[in-house]
Design a protein around this ligand. Structure first.
Ligand code: UTP
Length: 295
């Protein structure tokens, strides 16, 4: 198989153009990525994970009704100057730390939500001819270091394309993209021989699902350009990755961390509890309240 030299991963794509129908009515006006886990929007956790991994440029694929995301990462001039006048320095620092450097964020619109694969394709001109990270922000992954940092280390060792995977109960595999593995390289890294999007339970090649973090080579864009709609009538990223698998190496990386699917109500509530309990300023006060509620 042809193997490209390991060009550095400098950019990340966040597809945030989905409709978030599972969270209506909350998402009628507010993008689901702006729902908060404790006191930060879900999207900010993903951006911080990317910063920790050394990513320098953040590409948001947005859609109608998603301007709050753009505003969140912009300079809130009046707010910042009011905080400054009032001497609220800690709050000012919180705002400053959420802003990417000037010119380090790009926003492109997916005019129609035709599927994840189509959303990724919309980022092609901004990514250009280099490998990139892809993170689905509503899959919140709690890990130290973060999942993307772990994956970039794996990419630096192996090159190719790297996909974060995790095991789910067998009866849930039909909801996800599922991978089949071959050669093992280390405790966490295998080569991938096959992938399938939302298989029937009896046809799933394993219980390992694609978990919302990827390092992809730019050749994925030419596959996406030709991609016909697949499962659910949407242009599926997995289908284009299957085609790229015939030309390039794909590695499955079993990351060290816990996933919370914040696109789903139970996952979102669990994330709030887990992150609140873990916060030194909130956890000790929240735990007795939670104990009381459960009794
Ligand atoms: P989901 O499957 O969670 O779909 O998308 P959704 O529309 O966001 O939410 P529900 O199912 O209606 O509640 C997975 C990821 O792909 C993005 C979403 O924003 C999310 O990050 N996506 C999906 C797009 O950017 N465009 C699309 O056309 C579809």
């Amino acid at each position: 198989m042809s193997q490209k030299p390991h060009k550095r991963v400098r950019k990340v794509v966040f597809p945030v153009a989905g409709l978030g129908t599972r969270f209506l009515p909350a998402t009628k006006v507010i993008p689901k990525e702006m729902l908060t886990v404790v006191d930060k929007p879900v999207i900010q956790y993903a951006v911080e994970e990317a910063i920790e991994a050394g990513i320098e440029h953040f590409v948001f694929v947005t859609g109608r009704g998603k301007v709050a995301i753009e505003d969140h990462f912009d300079l809130a001039f009046e707010l910042e100057s009011t905080l400054k006048t009032r001497g609220k320095n800690a709050e000012l620092e919180i705002l400053k730390s959420t802003r990417p450097l000037f010119g380090a964020a790009s926003f492109v619109r997916q005019q129609e939500p035709l599927g994840l694969g189509h959303a990724v394709w919309c980022a092609r001109d901004i990514i250009g001819d280099e490998p990139f990270a892809l993170a689905l922000p509503d899959m919140l992954i709690k890990g130290v270091p973060g999942c993307l940092a772990q994956m970039i280390e794996t990419y630096n060792n192996h090159g190719g394309n790297v996909i974060a995977v995790e095991e789910v109960p067998h009866e849930h595999v039909n909801r996800y993209g599922v991978v089949a593995l071959d050669k093992q390289f280390d405790d966490r890294t295998h080569s991938i021989t096959a992938m399938v999007e939302k298989p029937k339970i009896e046809d799933a090649p394993s219980d390992l699902i694609i978990s919302g973090r990827y390092i992809l080579q730019p050749e994925i864009f030419s596959k996406l350009a030709e991609q016909k709609p697949g499962a659910g009538g949407e242009i599926q990223l997995t289908d284009s990755m299957i085609e790229l698998l015939t030309d390039q190496n794909f590695f499955a990386y079993r990351f060290d961390g816990k996933t919370y699917d914040c696109g789903d109500k139970i996952g979102y509530l669990a994330a709030n509890v887990a992150y609140a309990l873990d916060r030194p300023d909130i956890g000790p006060k929240f735990r007795p309240v939670l104990d009381q509620l459960i009794k």
